[in-house]
Design a protein around this ligand. Structure first.
Ligand code: ZN
Ligand code: ZN
Length: 212
């Protein structure tokens, strides 16, 4: 699999396109908001002859869903996410207003709810869904044991963890998710975070001040 990161919107949110040799791809957390951001993402898809097949949200905070409507309409994609973040998705219009995203176009509703241990399939590839709540009630991560990486949304960052002071956040639950779902992975596993640089399980075990 090939993982292409983009950093979009004032929250500097990381959007990922994951593709494989078949050219099918999935789009995770499209935070593209400005026209030039949408164009950047579209250009990558066109130049690489990719065929997007699923739109996935790790969770429904506004910075991760700003481009949902664009993506879903442009490539006719259905949204897959965890059911417990449905309230966040439903209130996204008001939240967008609150943060001044005047041009936010409301995300489509999900066609499928993902839950722990589900698999997401595209091309010849497969990703395992891990339920990792705490930063939001319906947060999921996407894991490939075979290719040794996890897309972790806002669960963990390099030397930090997701905030838990937003509605539905819970510090204890977040720490549990990290301990029980992420830190059990091989130490060489790459972590692609929702904000900031990529890291590894081994690095965070050694250095993350929230996990000591
Ligand atoms: Zn978030
Ligand atoms: Zn975020």
């Amino acid at each position: 699999m090939k993982i292409k990161p983009f950093t979009f919107n004032p929250f500097q949110e990381n959007t990922f396109i994951i593709s494989d040799n078949t050219k099918e791809c999935i789009i995770i957390d499209p935070g593209c908001y400005e026209e030039f951001e949408k164009e950047e993402l579209e250009k990558y898809i066109i130049e690489n002859n990719l065929n997007p097949v699923i739109l996935i949200n790790t969770h429904c905070h506004i910075d991760h869903i700003l481009g949902n409507q664009f993506i879903s309409e442009r490539w006719g994609l259905e949204l897959h996410m965890h059911e417990n973040d449905l309230n966040l998705l439903k209130s996204s219009g008001e939240i967008a207003n609150l943060y001044g995203f005047k041009n936010y176009k409301k995300s489509p509703n999900p066609s499928k709810f993902l839950k722990d241990k589900d698999n997401v399939y595209f091309g010849e590839s497969q990703l395992e869904v891990l339920f990792t709540p705490g930063h939001s009630p319906g947060h999921i991560s996407l894991f490939s044991k075979k290719e040794s990486f996890v897309i972790s949304g806002d669960v963990i960052f390099q030397n930090s963890i997701g905030r838990t002071d937003l509605p539905g956040g819970d510090f204890e639950v977040l720490i549990e998710s990290i301990q029980n779902k992420l830190l059990i992975m091989d130490e060489t596993t790459n972590i692609y975070c929702g904000h900031g640089p990529k890291t590894t399980i081994g690095y965070e075990k050694l250095n993350n001040p929230f996990l000591k």
